[in-house]
Ligand binder design. Structure first.
Ligand code: DCC
Length: 213
């Protein structure tokens, strides 16, 4: 279920405080994911850790949202996507990326990817590169004042993308009616490893989400 929710003033004031609470939780789970992949401890320690984690998950499930997190609108153009698998403050699956917006419309981020995103040994999984680029290109569309869903995303994997420190960027190329054409990339210290281009389409009959806010 996708939700576009307007925060109350109180919720807006509390947002920073909540981020300080949920961010470390997600970070702890990220560390756990890495530990789960790489641990070499004895079997009895694994079994004990499994029981401990099931107990902790039970604590967190005692009171939870009925569905997905959705998108909370704080103000037009300012959204809280804490459930996002790319930038979500509350989503341990997210690397996470912190997106930066340049005045000329460029959206970029410097981020790290670890063992959880490995495809070829020591390298970023191609699907993960697609996930990151889908989101960052979508943000470039949003930053230009347009909106849409990914219609087509085309990637060219020029060479392997190493795990570790990376940079991604995207910018809008042009808009034709309901279609926004956008380009972007992922790069390591040596240069671009993955190139992307996409067409984001405002679905028939939809208006920009901010127009209804
Ligand atoms: C606020 C939250 C922020 C939150 C910010 C979070 C950002 C997250 C970013 C992640 C983005 C995603 O994951 S989005 C999720 C993944 N994507 C989806 O689920 C989209 C699924 N597909 C659809 O819903 C639909 O097929 C659409 C919307 C793409 C198009 O449907 P439509 O609106 O009926 O389009 P239609 O009238 O047939 O065609 C309009 C024009 O687009 C062309 N066209 C149609 N489909 C395609 C296509 N797939 N690729 C290219 N071009 C296409 C047609 O030829 C036509 O061109 P012409 O004749 O006019 O020239």
């Amino acid at each position: 279920m996708t939700r576009y929710l307007e925060d109350t003033a109180t919720e807006r004031l509390e947002a920073d405080e909540r981020e300080g609470l949920y961010g470390p939780l997600a970070e702890a789970v990220r560390a756990l994911v890495d530990a789960s992949i790489r641990t070499e401890v004895d079997d009895h320690v694994i079994r004990q850790a499994t029981a401990d984690l099931e107990r902790i998950a039970g604590h967190l499930r005692a009171h939870q949202l009925p569905g997905s997190y959705g998108v909370h609108s704080e103000a037009p153009g300012r959204r809280r996507t804490w459930g996002s698998p790319v930038i979500g403050v509350r989503n341990p699956i997210a690397p996470p990326l912190t997106l930066q917006h340049a005045p000329d419309g460029l959206v970029w981020s410097e981020f790290r990817v670890g063992t959880a995103y490995e495809g070829p040994p020591g390298r970023l999984h191609g699907g993960m590169a697609a996930l990151i680029l889908d989101h960052v290109l979508g943000e470039a569309v949003s930053a230009s004042g347009h909106w849409g869903l990914t219609g087509t995303l085309t990637l060219r994997y020029r060479r392997g993308t190493p795990l570790g420190r990376l940079r991604t960027e995207a910018r809008i190329d042009r808009v034709e009616g309901r279609k926004a054409y956008v380009v972007g990339s992922i790069a390591d210290d040596e240069g671009i490893t993955v190139e992307a281009e996409a067409i984001f389409i405002l679905p028939k009959g939809y208006v920009h989400p901010d127009a209804t806010a």
